[in-house]
Write a protein that binds this ligand. Structure first.
Ligand SMILES: [Zn+2]
Length: 161
């Protein structure tokens, strides 16, 4: 009788439900395709986070306004039920994070307060839209091109960090 490792079972479950968790709630995408919640989502809060994220990206010239809709219109955002850091790939023993971006699925996974949404949207912009190699450095040019500042600025406005 072959034994099945728990990590494999989890991986199969993730595949079966098509995402990192079975969504309990859903909000409009507010610029993305949709926002799915592991717990109950406050769609007004999601709307304000997404509006601010868009403003940060557009006002700094990182994403041209006229390209925003096509760039993010097919991205699904998954919002966890809590703010605990987590692993982006349950099968790998990698660092724990506050957010993930899955280039092939065009999915963002973030914590309940969506602190990392701008950060993950920038990953999407670079990897999926600009076509930068996802197997290359994780944050290519992020200091020089202002991505890091945008990420920090969003967190500062929302959370007063
Ligand atoms: Zn990153």
């Amino acid at each position: 009788m072959p034994t099945v490792r728990p990590a494999l079972i989890l991986a199969l479950m993730l595949t079966a439900c098509g995402g990192p968790f079975m969504p309990r709630s859903e909000c409009p995408g507010f610029g993305t395709a949709r926002v799915l919640g592991e717990g109950e989502l406050d769609c007004a809060l999601v709307a304000s986070r997404m509006a601010l994220a868009r403003e940060v990206l557009v006002s700094r010239g990182l994403v041209p306004e006229e390209k925003f809709a096509s760039a993010f219109g097919d991205v699904t955002v998954w919002v966890r039920a809590n703010n605990e850091p987590f692993r982006c790939d349950a099968e790998k023993d990698e660092a724990i994070m506050g957010g993930c971006y899955y280039v092939r699925a065009r999915e963002i996974l973030t914590t309940k307060d969506m602190e990392t949404i701008v950060h993950e949207m920038l990953h999407h912009w670079q990897l999926a839209v600009l076509g930068i190699d996802p197997d290359g450095p994780m944050h290519p040019g992020w200091t020089e091109n202002g991505y890091r500042d945008a990420d920090v600025s969003f967190r500062r406005v929302v959370f007063g960090l």
